[in-house]
Design a protein around this ligand. Structure first.
Ligand code: UDP
Length: 423
């Protein structure tokens, strides 16, 4: 299967492939996925987004593009480029899609559209399928004569988009053949079909595979994270929608009743210019038991999610929040904001808690820190939920269903008319 074009030597076994998933999802599911991939074999797919690292989209594209390749479908991953001005505007667009106000001046539209055009000049996109992620590269579609379907995959929390930004972006979206949102609550008024597909995690990545105790201890020590008290942690881009201040306040309230250490770990994505500012605004809250780190280190994310007694994802808006599944996969209970995609992952009181206020978050931290049996049960439930719903093989299958549903020129070439001998 796949891998035809790349000469791999010793790394071949280390790369994400559908065969690796068989031990988790079973032979039947693996064969079903391969059957769905077969009619698309040899197709050329392009994925386009705006950063190679930082944030959930690159986290998905990294393993997903490799998985596609392992089932015989070649995927190219393109990242658009832009000036700080461009990314400052697209971050404002992202915030407005999540409900913020925006001053969408002519100057901003010009920068957005000109940078889009420049990227179109640099990128040939003549693939059988093109999948464009999020608002940054959305408008590329204006500049191509399309060979096959173009799909827009939108990841923010679209429960209440600002009407001004939506009326500007919608004419671009309507040129696509389909739009994907994470959950049905994000449905919009559009002329094209809409699908609801939830993101997923790669259980074999450095971030998600089981680490042994020594590796975890070394990693925590390297960053000066003490392990003498239970760890409560949130791992997220430094973004105010993730409510880092609320996390600190919840922790301070909880600490009146139980001893623990808080770690806020974040990274800064290249397409998110606000991260640095949010990180700096938090530094005044640092103290011996409140550790705030800005690092790009997947093994540290893993070590924290695995060793924390409780993980928080106290978002105010959250498209999906794969950090929740990442922690649940490690058997760590998660306290999440009751917004967006989080309730799809956390069943309140079963594999974690859903909260809407700082006080609720503090109360659930105390409950979990006091009750090891509750943590054990929730940990089991969480891992089971991710295994059933949020592994990358499921996302691959959803995409195969979607790509396979188009009557494309590519597919008609592959599939002989019914009744003929084929070959
Ligand atoms: N992440 C990371 N290092 C950090 C903070 C976050 O690698 O310091 C990763 C995190 O593990 C997850 C992704 O960034 O894989 C965040 O995805 P999510 O869907 O939770 O949020 P987004 O950033 O897309 O809003």
């Amino acid at each position: 299967m796949g891998r035809g074009k790349v000469e791999l030597i010793s790394t071949a076994m280390a790369i994400t492939s559908i065969e690796k998933y068989e031990s988790l999802i079973g032979v039947e599911a693996t064969e079903r996925i391969l059957r769905k991939a077969a009619p698309l074999m040899g197709a050329r797919v392009a994925c386009v987004n705006s950063t190679y690292y930082g944030g959930g989209v690159s986290e998905i594209l990294d393993p997903l593009t490799l998985l596609f390749d392992s089932v015989g479908i070649s995927v190219e991953w393109r990242v658009i480029m832009g000036s700080p001005d461009f990314f400052s505007i697209t971050k404002k667009m992202h915030n407005a899609l999540q409900g913020d106000r925006i001053n969408l001046s002519l100057r901003k539209k010009r920068i957005y559209e000109r940078t889009t055009f420049e990227n179109a000049v640099r990128n040939q996109l003549d693939h059988d399928y093109v999948i464009v992620h999020d608002p940054q590269p959305l408008a590329l579609i204006e500049h191509y004569s399309r060979k096959g379907p173009w799909i827009w995959h939108c990841h923010p929390d679209m429960s209440q988009p600002n009407p001004e930004i939506w009326s500007y972006l919608r004419p671009f979206v309507d040129q696509y053949q389909a739009a994907i949102f994470s959950i049905p609550a994000y449905r919009q008024e559009l002329d094209i079909p809409q699908l609801f597909i939830q993101p997923a995690i790669d259980p074999f990545s450095i971030k998600n595979r089981k680490l042994d105790r020594k590796v975890i201890a070394d990693r925590l020590r390297r960053y000066g994270i003490p392990t003498d008290l239970p760890l409560v942690a949130q791992v997220s881009r430094f973004d105010r929608w993730k409510d880092p201040e609320g996390v600190i306040e919840s922790f301070r309230l909880a600490r009146k009743q139980v001893d623990c250490t808080l770690v806020l770990l974040g990274d800064v994505a290249t397409d998110d210019p606000e991260g640095e500012e949010v990180y700096r605004s938090l530094l005044g809250s640092r103290e011996e038991r409140i550790i705030i780190l800005s690092r790009q280190d997947s093994a540290l994310v893993n070590a924290l999610q695995q060793s924390a007694t409780v993980i928080l994802q106290k978002s105010i808006k959250e498209g999906f929040g794969i950090t929740v599944s990442e922690a649940l996969w490690k058997g760590t209970p998660v306290i999440g904001g009751n917004v967006g995609g989080i309730p799809y992952q956390i069943k309140d009181g079963i594999n974690g808690f859903l909260v809407s206020t700082i006080e609720e978050a503090a109360d659930r931290i105390v409950r979990l820190l006091h009750d090891s049996e509750l943590r054990r049960q929730m940990g089991h439930g969480g891992r089971r939920r991710v295994k059933e719903q949020f592994l990358m093989s499921r996302l691959l299958e959803d995409y195969l269903d979607l790509l396979g549903s188009f009557e494309t020129v590519y597919r008609m070439k592959q599939e002989p008319p019914a009744g003929s001998e084929g070959g």
